[in-house]
Design a protein around this ligand. Sequence first.
Ligand code: ATP
Ligand code: MG
Length: 578
Amino acid sequence: MSNDIKNNDSAAPVSNFLRAIIDKDLADGTHTRPGMPSVITRFPPEPNGYLHIGHAKAICLNFGLARDYAGRCHLRFDDTNPEKEDQEYVDTIKDSVQWLGFDWNDAGGNHLYFASDYFDKFYAIAEYLITAGHAYVDSQSAEEMAANRGDFSKPGVNSPFRDRAPAESLDLFRRMKAGEFQGGEHIVRAKIDMASPNMNMRDPAIYRIRHAHHHRTGDAWCIYPMYDYAHPLEDAIENITHSICTLEFQDHRPFYDWIIERAAEGGFVSQPVPRQYEFARLNLTYVVTSKRKLRQLVEQGIVSGWDDPRMPTIVGIRRRGYTPEAIQAFCERIGVTRSDGWIDYSTLEGCLREDLDPKATRATAVLRPLKLIIDNFPENEGVENAIACSAPVHPHHPERGNREFTIGKQLWIEQEDFMETPSKGYFRLFPGNKVRLRYGYVVECTGCDKDENGNVITVHCNYFADSKSGTEGSANYKVKGNIHWVNAADALEAEVRLYDRLFTDATPDAGGKDFMALLNPNALEVVRAYVEPGVASVEPDTRLQFERHGYFVADRVDSVVGKPVFNRVTTLKDSWGK
Ligand code: ATP
Ligand code: MG
């Protein structure tokens, strides 16, 4: 795999080589079938974990092509591996696909499928293959089979059971099904070519014994089809036209075609048959996209769960505050190619900013609060005596109205907005300097109070009563600094969770690297913040822009109206790697 990192920030035309293939198929009538769309795709997850951002690419691709070509896309659970699968995963996968904005129902019906619904058919096709001499029961041990498989430079060796009479294989296969054998005693293999340069064609296994409970079929079966056998048949049974998968399946394509051809010869599936196409999987910098590795993070308690906002799972990025629109735009932008590479994480964040900038309500939050006292401000005992201020809900959409809040004698400002001894080019608060309190007054800093350790605990200033923003007098004050604040008397305390990348290495699992050794210990920082009073009414899942700090979402799990908890989705500008 190339280690080039692509930063597709431009909105350049996206490449998707599959469109050219489909256009040609439509022109040639390759997949024309009476009463059926000419483009039928599928998204075929195995229900053994939570979907991640890589799956989002496959979802957007398959459902997107179906939408663009007036076809349909099936959601199919590839549930042929009973030990690892569970209903919990079926439910979350359905939920994630819908959240991303796609639907497997169309006018023609409900296109939700389960491979396990085809178990009888898979079995019948295997009996046919055995009877027709295309498959046999092999009774070698797993070790013998591995040893006889050969390798890339050495052809395999035929199994001594390869020329078993079909009737004998069939009898054994039926007894396998009846539960007469232990796992590993026998296996069914396709009879192709043990000397094929393609290892996948060296008599691949198609059925194995597994005395395991299946989440849908229960204990009805103790033999289960292999993925490479079941998958092409699932596609053919469902009349899929374009079966799109990731590049690692390229070497499986000859067997994909072989099995469908045999099944068609036996009359189990009809022409025209599906065709497989491969595309490059998504690799995103600072992210691992492998269910197995993500599971490790969850099981070892590195993150709080599959939906931890640092996780690249769909449930994680959703909780983090990403929008389905941003993810769809991202998948469009990165395009579909056949060359592997890494996409820079900033491309995903860029799509999020583009989506949220025009939508998100603005608000003020002070994340690392420091008390500012306006010594010459009229005394007041709380909100009633404070002075009303307002700011636009959105700077480019005046029609969305104003946010109301107040200013008083005691405010919260950011710690970083005061320096007792300013560095060069610092225009914010320092003794003797004037700044504007955004949407409020111009103040002049007079000094600060410190604790016994020398930490600044309070900053003092005086205000100019005729300088209020939006009044005529304000024009008389020219200041370089403009800082944000909230009124200590009416601000709401909130928990804010600031996230950083989960790994310290851009390609944490490339080239056999130990991703667990590359974890960023500072990927989560929790701060107590003060937010403007209007934020009290924010419902979970609401996204806001806290001016200067970035885009935030009220956490869908922990936030409640009146007691908000915010996740920072992303900062306002790209700061990664800079
Ligand atoms: P993982 O390796 O994380 O376990 P998987 O490929 O085993 O993923 P499946 O449930 O089999 O998971 O995947 C369903 C579909 O999603 C497949 O068609 C697969 O090719 C596609 N897919 C999985 N990961 C990616 C990725 N990173 N980029 C694009 N497509 C992906
Ligand atoms: Mg898989």
